[in-house]
Design a protein around this ligand. Structure first.
Ligand code: SF4
Length: 216
């Protein structure tokens, strides 16, 4: 959990926070399909902009933030409130390209849990209840992020990703959830992960269940 109570630079009014804008590719209420919170209803806010560039990325249209409208925190918070969601997942793109103080504090003010899914390519910001680090080879996480990790989720394509996952796990808090997730279109990743988790039960498997459920 990341709670930067003394990091927010200067006290600002709730209204000033609500006026801040972010480039947003999409936002919608759905079911969390991945990781430790799989199966829970969650409102997803997908910020635009990514500096990582994974070749297998399934949201490449998020990369260029200029192609997406800017939305105020107020309009996002209103949409979340209207949905009745109790959890908001801020994802991307790479959400930490943006300072998340205004969005996350405003979400906190309406009493929802805020989760983030990040590659860790930029330092953390915001008031975040659950930090999922999904490191990518194309741009490694910054060291400052590891102490705040609640869940390490590593996408696996080949055997060498398993060693890479262990390298990241060593830097995370000892109580962080450790999850391996097969890349959706790489069939051989699943048997690889199954055998690995049987031999290394501190790890679990994360499946992209929203793709099986056919929800966004
Ligand atoms: S970090 Fe995420 S959004 Fe960015 S390229 Fe990789 S998978 Fe896509």
């Amino acid at each position: 959990m990341y709670n930067p109570e003394d990091i927010v630079p200067t006290p600002v009014s709730e209204q000033e926070l609500l006026d801040v804008e972010y480039p947003i590719m999409e936002h919608f209420y759905t079911i969390q399909g991945e990781g430790a919170h799989t199966g829970k209803a969650a409102y997803f806010i997908r910020t635009a902009g990514c500096d990582v560039g994974c070749w297998w990325c399934d949201v490449k249209e998020s990369w260029d933030e200029e192609k997406h409208p800017r939305m105020s925190v107020k309009s996002l918070v209103d949409a979340v409130q209207k949905s009745g969601a109790e959890i908001v997942v801020i994802t991307g793109g790479e959400p930490l390209l943006h300072n998340l103080d205004a969005l996350s504090i405003s979400l906190k003010n309406i009493g929802v849990q805020t989760h983030i899914e990040t590659s860790g390519s930029s330092p953390i910001s915001g008031m975040i209840d659950w930090v999922t680090l999904s490191p990518k080879r194309f741009k490694k996480p910054v060291d400052e992020i590891y102490p705040f990790v609640d869940e390490l989720k590593v996408v696996v394509l080949t055997k060498k990703d398993l060693k890479w996952a262990e390298d990241h796990a060593e830097k995370c808090p000892s109580d962080a959830r450790l999850l391996l997730q097969p890349e959706w279109e790489t069939e051989k990743a699943i048997p690889l992960i199954v055998e690995y988790v049987k031999e290394n039960p501190q790890w679990g498997i994360s499946l992209q269940t929203h793709k099986y459920l056919n929800v966004p």
